[in-house]
Design a protein around this ligand. Structure first.
Ligand SMILES: [Zn+2]
Length: 212
């Protein structure tokens, strides 16, 4: 799944995962799992992080490849939020090729910059149970208060408008070149993400089913 922050990749990947019965794999989740379980790759990553250095791509790729070789990925998997750079995309392709596998489809969720800022800047999270709300699209019954547990809702610093604009800038610089990369590989499918979740999901299912 490709798309700017706030384009809805996580939500759409989760729905697609339920529909197709394929695991949704997020590099963030894999990372946290390896760190928590103290795996050799997790310990290696920790050494870099302890020095305040970036974790090298090959460590991240190895974590993703290890995840993809587990039995639940036998029929495939949905990658969400990875790869993020051309170098990662290239390494991932080579690692998959070594295993006789490949990327089948890359759905690009296209959302306008204004919509991204509106979506993310309106997001609120419960301090207590981490439930997500949106001041316009899915407001809580009582303003500032979680429907599920009554906890206080707050705006993550990541979702403040200036930070969102900066996240978009990083996306354009680092990740947007993947659009051209996957187009050239004949696997890109553009999907209009500025629509209700169900409509986007319907198009997404058609797009991935066309792959075989
Ligand atoms: Zn809550």
């Amino acid at each position: 799944m490709l798309g700017a922050p706030g384009a809805g990749k996580g939500t759409q990947a989760r729905l697609l995962s339920e529909m197709l019965g394929l695991p949704q794999i997020s590099s963030g989740d894999i990372f946290r799992e390896n760190l928590k379980n103290g795996t050799p790759l997790g310990l290696l990553a920790q050494q870099y992080m302890d020095r305040g250095a970036l974790v090298p791509d090959d460590v991240t790729i190895n974590m993703v490849m290890e995840r993809l070789t587990r039995p639940d990925c036998g029929r495939g998997a949905i990658l969400d939020g990875f790869p993020r750079t051309l170098a990662q995309a290239d390494s991932l392709d080579r690692a998959l090729l070594d295993q006789g596998s490949r990327i089948g489809r890359v759905p690009l969720l296209e959302v306008s910059d204004e919509a991204v800022v509106e979506r993310l800047a309106g997001r609120r999270v419960c301090r207590n149970c981490q439930a997500m709300y949106h001041v316009v699209f899915s407001p809580p019954a009582v303003e500032g208060c979680c429907d599920k547990c009554g906890g206080e809702l707050y705006q993550r610093s990541d979702d403040e408008p200036d930070t969102v604009r900066n996240r978009l800038f990083v996306y354009y610089k680092q990740t947007a070149p993947l659009v051209g990369y996957y187009f050239a590989h004949g696997v890109l499918v553009r999907i209009d993400g500025d629509r209700p979740v169900e409509e986007v999901q319907a198009d997404l299912q058609v797009a991935v089913r066309a792959e075989a």
